[in-house]
Design a protein around this ligand. Structure first.
Ligand SMILES: [Zn+2]
Length: 285
């Protein structure tokens, strides 16, 4: 049986953990979270299956060496192969494997650092690969990145720079350019894909879920309360909220940015990228 790979592309802080969990409300799907990050940075303490990582049925079978972010393409590919082989072996009935490694393209160059696991799956078997290209309203995305800044310990000067308007501008540009490069990659490699948004999942739920279902073929189950009862979800790196009981159990929008104070940079960028925002974030509204 061929197993389809569902790859969640898009940027970090865009709701990929929610989407990963949503897809694993089907028994046919195995969700392995950000495989790329797990390979380079190592796994964290807990798994979304509810177990500590040392007790997780799946990840205890994988014996990773942490290879770091500067690892060679060969090293990355070897470990990717190990994870995928193990997944096929351990879940022989699985029809879909979800990899939510996302992308972080600082250029168009076809390297792992830019497109992460998407490179591996494209090289391996692009015909069996389906990409869900996930967007988030850039106002929420920039807000979420800026908020994350508060957690980082930086020296005084760096702190000022990272919280400045210039940095806000850089983040807006990142949103625009990185998404553009992802679209370019998908087009150049002829990869089957759909565009959806975090806002679509949360506010145009029925329509968006139908679209994902039709594209992937996954028969997932979501009840009226939008509860996410997952089966084979083994996310062990990434969004820390996966560990908070209840926080990821329902489809729920992170609306904190709505109360942010917007300044001239946000307003100008919003006008400048209005076309893209409409086309990719609010198309189904
Ligand atoms: Zn697990």
């Amino acid at each position: 049986m061929t197993t389809s790979i569902i790859y969640i592309a898009g940027l970090y802080h865009s709701g990929s953990t929610l989407l990963d969990r949503l897809l694993t409300t089907s028994k046919d799907t195995i969700g392995l979270g950000e495989i790329y990050k797990l390979i380079t940075d190592g796994r964290e303490k807990y798994c979304s299956c509810g177990e500590q990582i040392d007790n997780c049925d799946f990840w205890t079978k994988f014996n990773p060496k942490v290879i770091g972010r500067n690892a060679s393409e060969d090293e990355i590919e070897e470990l990717y192969e190990d994870v995928m082989n193990l997944a096929h072996e351990y879940f022989p009935e699985a029809k879909y494997i979800v990899d939510s490694s996302k992308c972080h393209p600082i250029s168009n160059e076809y390297i792992y650092k830019n497109f992460k696991g998407l490179i591996y799956h494209t090289k391996k078997d692009a015909t069996n690969l389906k990409v869900i290209n996930l967007y988030r309203d850039p106002r929420g995305w920039v807000g979420s990145i800026q908020k994350r800044e508060k957690r980082f310990k930086r020296n005084f000067i760096k702190k000022i720079i990272h919280r400045s308007n210039l940095m806000r501008l850089v983040r807006w540009m990142q949103w625009y350019l990185m998404h553009k490069r992802i679209r370019h990659f998908l087009k150049e490699n002829n990869i089957q894909h759909i565009n959806i948004s975090y806002e679509g999942i949360c506010f145009q739920t029925e329509k968006t879920l139908k679209k994902i279902k039709e594209f992937t073929g996954i028969e997932y189950e979501i009840n009226r309360d939008l509860e996410l009862k997952t089966f084979n979800s083994h996310i062990s790196v990434g969004n820390p909220s996966r560990l908070e009981p209840g926080s990821n159990s329902h489809i729920r929008y992170d609306s904190k940015w709505l109360s942010n104070r917007f300044n001239i940079v946000d307003n100008l960028m919003f006008i400048l990228f209005n076309k893209q925002i409409k086309a990719f974030v609010y198309k189904d509204f």
